[in-house]
Design a protein around this ligand. Structure first.
Ligand code: UDP
Length: 413
């Protein structure tokens, strides 16, 4: 064994890696294509960055394609994102036409690769129409939905459903999201890459230099939320929680770190709202980061005294597992995939308001031992459940099942 797989043996264990090799044996040489709408920013890009090389190392002919959009296209898909997560947004016909036209244009570019593939994973709504635009497809197509579609705005779901119904299977992150569809539905939560720059160990000098670069005070407690500037991530709620917590931890500093994603046009507006809410509080540090600031985020997550992910809707929330892996008991919004990661009072806290978040901060502040105990549990919970090796195993199982159809017996290597 070599490369990535060998490196993961130390973190995930030899048996886990052997299992992957065994499952992948019958998929050797298969052409697998992943398609999404951004190469950087957001959780999907984060996962594909490692998933595709791992699939290659396991013998598959895997590749990652990114569809090209336009400002109107991303505007439309952002509306989709908001509507599918429950906002009553009526998307104008003109934008829907752009959505379909852009997909048609991308189909021209990608058709040959997609029709020839054995397995195609289409991530999220942005490239969903590609299936119907590839009539000569010979492989199995999977729609991988990463967002919280538990209570979609009906009109938006009805429109999207028409594009996803013909897929061979769908994958949702948790059962609450699974919508009735006329094909196989799998539940596979996302995962983090423990060896990436985002999650690897860092030395203290590097961590200190991040503090210094952003003029943070190493001697004072720091509260952190890392996320795109998106209303569903509730950055204003985080500021309120900080203001409440400041009453009992007067030296508290808040860091809101996050850049945009290539396919998210609303970031700038939300960032302005956040700046306005922060007023001139010099202890609130708003750090707009470039998409490759992985080591910076890593350092911030490692040193934060309190990590929040106060989302009000969340597909999964990779940032939660990222911080848990660094032994932090996260305080997270009681929603979507955060509920999978935070076992209330054990690996973190689920909260429903800024007041709730502030109370948990106080608890963790005054109960150091408990904080450490929960942090330890959090890391082990991620090791068991949310490492990339687990997600890869589930994808391989799905792929073996789909490509072998109704065979009674599947020979694994
Ligand atoms: N992230 C990043 N830079 C940022 C903001 C977020 O690298 O400025 C990363 C974050 O560490 C995580 C991913 O992007 O790995 C966000 O995934 P998550 O599931 O938390 O949220 P999404 O953005 O997909 O809704």
């Amino acid at each position: 064994m070599k490369g990535f797989l060998k490196a993961y043996t130390d973190v995930a264990g030899k048996d886990v890696i052997n299992h992957l090799v065994q499952l992948a044996a019958s998929l050797k040489g298969k052409k697998v294509v992943h398609v999404n709408s951004t190469r950087a920013g957001g959780g999907v890009a984060e996962i594909l960055t490692i998933l595709v090389p791992l699939m290659k190392e396991l013998g598959m002919d895997a590749r990652w394609e990114v569809i090209a959009g336009s400002a109107d296209f991303y505007q439309c898909t952002k509306h989709f994102h908001n509507a599918l997560q429950g906002d009553p947004v009526n998307i104008p016909e003109t934008l829907l036409k752009v959505y379909e036209d852009i997909n048609a244009r991308n189909a021209e570019e990608l058709r040959e690769v997609l029709e020839d593939a054995d397995i195609v994973f289409i991530h999220d709504p942005q490239p969903a129409p590609l299936l119907n635009l590839c009539p000569g497809r010979k492989g199995k197509w999977i729609w991988r939905c990463h967002i919280d579609v538990s209570h979609p705005y009906r009109q938006a779901w009805k429109y999207l459903r028409h594009f996803v119904a013909d897929y061979d299977a769908s994958v949702f992150s948790l059962s609450a999201f699974a919508q009735p569809l006329p094909h196989l539905i799998y539940l596979i939560p996302p995962s983090i890459d423990p060896l990436s720059e985002k999650n690897m160990e860092l030395d203290q000098d590097e961590i200190n230099s991040v503090y210094d670069r952003f003029s943070l005070d190493r001697e004072r407690p720091m509260m952190l939320q890392v996320s795109r500037f998106d209303r569903f991530k509730d950055p204003l709620g985080v500021i309120q929680a900080y203001q409440l917590a400041k009453n009992f931890i007067p030296t508290l500093q808040l860091v809101l770190a996050g850049g945009g994603a290539g396919d998210d046009p609303e970031g700038e507006d939300v960032l302005n709202e956040v700046r306005l809410a922060a007023k001139d509080d010099s202890d609130i540090h708003i750090l707009p980061l470039p998409p490759d600031a992985h080591r910076t985020i890593n350092a911030l997550q490692r040193t934060a005294s309190f990590v929040l992910q106060k989302s009000i809707k969340e597909g999964f929330g990779l940032t939660v597992s990222e911080a848990m892996w660094k032994s932090k008991p996260v305080i997270g919004g009681d929603t979507g995939g955060i509920r999978l990661q935070l076992v209330n009072h054990h690996t973190g806290f689920l909260v429903n308001s800024p007041e709730g978040a502030a109370l948990r901060i106080r608890y963790l502040h005054t109960n150091r031992e408990k904080r450490e105990e929960m942090g330890h549990k959090a890391r082990e919970f991620v090791r068991e459940n949310f490492l990339i090796t687990r997600q890869l195993r589930e994808y391989l199982t799905l792929m073996v099942g789909l490509t072998h159809g109704s065979e009674e017996r599947i020979e694994l290597g």
